[in-house]
Design a protein around this ligand. Structure first.
Ligand code: FES
Length: 240
């Protein structure tokens, strides 16, 4: 699709204050070169409909706020170029999350599950008088650190949660992002909550609910592999 011409986009609209019906609305966007899907939504906001609701922050592919479903696949609206997409370009809110309005979803279920794995490192009782008693990070060359260094790039955008078919049919499934986060802290040998954390992620709704479909890997906009984290958590649990 050449840039600098009119591009048709179809946006999934939903307004609870106007009857709450979900419908598609089409717009012909005056598309400039290098225009992103997020730019196109701003074009609609400024030229066609000031009530269109969507979320964004950094506009640079870093914060994850603008995750949505574009042409049927999860992605960051600020990072997807219109000229690389088949028209008409369809834009929908993330799946498996309550829609507040239009493209705006309620991320609380996603973050409640994230919180359920205690997504932070819980240290041993290190002495505050002797900070050197505990290294600040895993040493370079450590095999787990190689993986953890990649997996902590997650920006918690919710794309993997939306793309996961198990999330949509098993409500208690913690989802790829939460389990990935659990691995990044559980892999740290200094994590004092390791065993308890392992119990949590192997209970109902944990790693054994995953069917290894791999959509989470395909859609991750920052190259994280949540499926690998899930498999490593399973392996750790079986070894114990
Ligand atoms: S607005 Fe931050 S990732 Fe798109």
């Amino acid at each position: 699709m050449p840039a600098g011409r009119t591009v048709s986009i179809r946006v999934r609209r939903f307004d609870p204050a106007a009857g709450g019906r979900r419908l598609w609305q089409a717009y012909d966007v005056d598309a400039g070169p290098m225009m992103s899907v997020l730019d196109a939504l701003f074009w609609v906001l400024e030229n066609e409909d000031p009530t269109l609701a969507f979320r964004y922050s950094c506009r640079a592919g870093m914060c994850g706020s603008c995750a949505m479903v574009i042409n049927g696949r999860e992605g960051l609206a600020c990072a997807r170029r219109l000229e690389r997409l088949r028209a008409p370009v369809t834009v929908e809110p993330l799946r498996s999350l309550p829609v507040i309005k239009d493209l705006l979803v309620d991320l609380r279920p996603f973050f409640e599950k994230y919180r359920a794995v205690d997504p932070f490192y819980i240290g041993q009782a290190a002495s505050v008088f002797d900070p050197a008693s505990e290294p600040a990070v895993l040493p370079r060359g450590d095999a787990a650190r190689e993986i953890v260094d990649r997996q902590i790039d997650c920006i918690a955008c919710g794309a993997c949660y939306s793309a996961c078919p198990i999330v949509s049919i098993v409500p208690e499934f913690l989802g790829p992002a939460a389990l990935n986060r659990a691995y990044t802290v559980a892999a740290d040998a200094r994590d004092a909550a390791g065993v308890e954390r392992l119990h949590r992620v192997t209970a109902d709704g944990g790693v054994f609910a995953c069917h290894s479909v791999g959509n989470c890997v395909t859609v991750c906009p920052v190259g994280v592999d949540p499926l690998l984290s899930i498999q490593l958590l399973r392996k750790g649990a079986v070894h114990r």
